[in-house]
Write a protein that binds this ligand. Structure first.
Ligand code: PNS
Length: 167
């Protein structure tokens, strides 16, 4: 039985993320899901507290899954959570390149190791970026995200075909 940290932007959480959380819980035992800032994506759609609340509602059916919002480094979140590993999900070869670089960097600065879980093939096309884009144009994201996320997206959407709400 291990504790793993699953960090991500989760802006917003989608069905692929939820599948990874479910499998990590099954494989490792305790999972700490960390909603974090990605410095490459500074303008969030939801703030960290909203992301944390949505994830909490979406994992309510799971045993030993904790959700936290962190503003700092993933390795510090891992240490603070007493995580044995960081877990990351891989969708594409492109994901592998960036994740491998982050995993090596995180290990070099802290000794925290990263393990990868492959995404479920039928969910591997999902991306929070496109979900945000659909949401900003008033589209329906409910086939792609947990119900708790779909509700919150809907609550903040403009009318259909209104165009993006943020530049
Ligand atoms: O879902 P994302 O955007 O791919 O997640 C990326 C995230 C948030 C896990 C990554 O940007 C991150 O770890 N951010 C915290 C800052 C940090 O630890 N940076 C050093 C990376 S080597």
């Amino acid at each position: 039985m291990s504790t793993v940290l699953y960090p991500g932007s989760f802006d917003p959480l989608h069905n692929g993320h939820l599948d990874v959380i479910e499998r990590a819980a099954e494989l490792f035992g305790r999972v700490v899901v960390a909603a974090m800032y990605n410095p490459a994506k500074p303008a969030g759609f939801f703030d960290l507290d909203e992301r944390q609340a949505m994830i909490e509602e979406s994992v309510a059916h799971l045993y030993d899954v904790e959700v936290r919002a962190f503003a700092g480094l993933a390795v510090d979140a891992a240490t603070e959570s007493r995580a044995d590993f960081i877990v990351k999900a891989l969708r594409t070869p492109g994901d592998f390149e960036i994740e491998q670089q982050m995993a090596h960097t995180n290990y070099a600065v802290s000794g925290v190791r990263t393990v990868y879980l492959p995404c479920r093939p039928d969910l591997s096309f999902l991306s929070s970026r496109f979900i945000r884009e659909i949401a900003q144009y008033g589209g329906d994201v409910s086939p792609l995200v947990p119900a708790a996320v779909a509700r919150r997206v809907k609550a903040r959407q403009p009318g259909p075909l209104a165009g993006p709400t943020t530049p």
